[in-house]
Design a protein around this ligand. Structure first.
Ligand SMILES: [Zn+2]
Ligand SMILES: [Zn+2]
Length: 148
């Protein structure tokens, strides 16, 4: 019986995963969700479309809705204190980001969730305070049946 150290197991696991990723990318090349061109950096998104995902320039400090000026709280959050502390959105909901979200919601393209999760994880590295929880908006079974 051969015992592997945890470090060696991790190394073997990573090497095997890298080989699988290379094989997968050759057999099934990553294709951009938005324009169908070849994906970039192991994502189903090309570099041009990635560059077209834009964050809010100025947004409410609480709900992250886009505003004309920075470091302010929107009128709705001032009028009624929200039940959450803060919302952080990665991208403005516009053409390219809408395609990603709609690919997941309406076409059940679950790799869009992986990609968005990857983007969120990269963004969270820069947060001073980590979120207590990430909550996916639940989907009613009736709506899911209608969408799939
Ligand atoms: Zn593209
Ligand atoms: Zn607000």
């Amino acid at each position: 019986m051969v015992h592997q150290t945890p470090k060696l197991s991790k190394l073997i696991y990573r090497k095997r995963n890298n080989c699988l990723k290379v094989a997968q990318s050759r057999l099934y090349p990553y294709a951009c969700f938005i324009c169908d061109k070849l994906g970039h950096n192991g994502l189903d998104l090309c570099n041009a479309c990635l560059q077209n995902l834009h964050s809010n320039q100025h947004s409410c400090l609480t709900c992250d809705i886009e505003l004309a000026s920075t470091n302010v709280t929107c009128a709705r959050c001032l009028k009624t204190t929200p039940y959450f502390d803060k919302i952080i959105s990665l991208y403005r909901y516009e053409r390219h980001s809408a395609v990603l979200i709609q690919s997941l919601k309406f076409q059940a393209k679950h790799s869009a969730a992986k990609m968005m999760g990857t983007f969120m994880a990269a963004e969270f590295k820069f947060l001073e305070t980590k979120p207590d929880a990430l909550i996916a908006a639940p989907l009613h079974a009736k709506r899911l049946r209608a969408r799939v």
